[in-house]
Design a protein around this ligand. Structure first.
Ligand code: A2P
Ligand code: 11C
Length: 329
């Protein structure tokens, strides 16, 4: 197994290396790829020192799989070049997600639709993944009607420049700004760029991606995405209306029994999900589950996950594992 990691020097790339090592991913040759600026840089993986190479060299090596986390424009240009030499690309950017002929995969939900012909596979947005992980089992049983989600997203979702901005502000140092305003001691109702309809791109990803992953356009989602000064881990307040009624106990039992989900829901002991618990974990945490008493068949809940792990690196690596174990390369 020859694996290329495109964006190996980035924030998600670093977590991918960690997750590959932790899961003992079956790789014989690992190609670390980044921009020309980083070529020659050395990075250690499982006790070995590897040298960063450029994209041309990586394509020429014809890896079996390429994990991409190097931004949308790099994906748009280079994913087809890898696909043309027979590499299966798993892309973490938003470049291909909504293309009709590209699959958008959360392995626990829809990896069964993958075939050998899928040469560019899209990894969903981080805030989408944690949301659909919880919605999917509930949708199967109670059928989603409408979802209202408000996110509380960490600065790590924006990247290194944003993490630096927050650290500088906390230390009282003037530096480069990733956001139009301070993020320390603040909350910005603004994740990614604004679209013509007044929503941000992040909000529209939350509205559109779940319908594609769940292969159902009969329900609707509306979102408000907010950046908050947490270092890692996205949180979501989610109001869900179902077509069918439910028992809260049955909902908790179902979520507790769903692989990849951890139920943290006990108000007697102040038990609920928080970014500090989710940090460095692959699970999606859910709690504060309660009936919305203002309308039928509706509940409120709180979902937290490490946006760089299940929201990015882990999900992409799980897709790669699925391809290997089901001989789909
Ligand atoms: P580099 O470190 O050489 O710039 P982040 O999202 O944390 O900013 O990381 C982005 C990742 O994508 C980095 O590894 C970065 O490499 C890589 N990258 C950015 N632009 C390109 C490009 N044009 N070609 C290849 N890799 C790129
Ligand atoms: C954020 N969700 O937290 C973004 C980061 O489409 O993959 C990931 C952007 C994407 O701002």
């Amino acid at each position: 197994m020859k694996l290329a990691l495109v964006g190996a020097t980035g924030m998600v790339g670093e977590v991918m290396l960690k997750v590959l090592a932790e899961r003992n991913f079956p790789v014989d040759e690992l190609l670390l790829v980044a921009s020309e600026r980083s070529v020659g840089k050395q990075i250690s993986f499982k006790g070995k020192t590897l040298t960063v190479i450029g994209l041309n060299e990586a394509v020429a090596a014809k890896p079996h799989i390429a994990l991409f986390s190097a931004g949308g424009s790099t994906s748009l240009e280079w994913a087809p070049k890898f696909a043309a030499v027979g590499t299966t690309v798993i892309d973490n950017s938003s470049a291909w997600r909504m293309e009709a002929d590209k699959k958008l995969i959360v392995p626990e939900i829809n990896a069964h639709i993958l075939t050998k012909d899928d040469k560019i596979i899209a990894n969903p947005n981080c805030s989408t993944i944690q949301l659909v992980m919880v919605l999917a089992p509930l949708h199967k049983k109670y059928k989603l009607k409408r979802v209202v989600v408000s996110t509380y997203q960490s600065v790590s979702g924006t990247g290194l420049k944003a993490v630096k901005q927050m650290e500088n502000e906390m230390a009282g140092i003037k530096g480069e700004m990733a956001y139009p305003y301070p993020i320390h001691k603040n909350a910005l109702p603004h994740c990614d760029v604004f679209e013509e309809n007044g929503y941000t791109k992040e909000e529209m990803k939350l509205a559109r991606e779940p319908q594609k992953i769940l292969n159902d356009r009969t329900f609707s989602i509306t979102a408000t995405a907010v950046r908050i000064p947490t270092a890692g881990g996205h949180s979501e307040s989610v109001n869900v209306q179902f077509e069918n009624d439910f028992e809260l106990g049955a909902i908790r039992k179902m979520l507790h029994e769903t692989p990849g989900i951890v139920l943290q829901d006990n108000t007697d002991t102040n038990t609920y999900p928080m970014p500090i618990y989710a940090h460095d974990k692959d699970d999606v945490f859910v709690g504060r589950i309660r009936r919305d008493e203002t309308q039928p068949n509706t509940l409120n809940m709180w979902i937290v996950s490490d946006n760089l792990r299940k929201g990015a690196a882990t999900n992409a690596i799980q897709i790669a594992e699925y391809l290997i174990y089901h001989k789909l390369l």
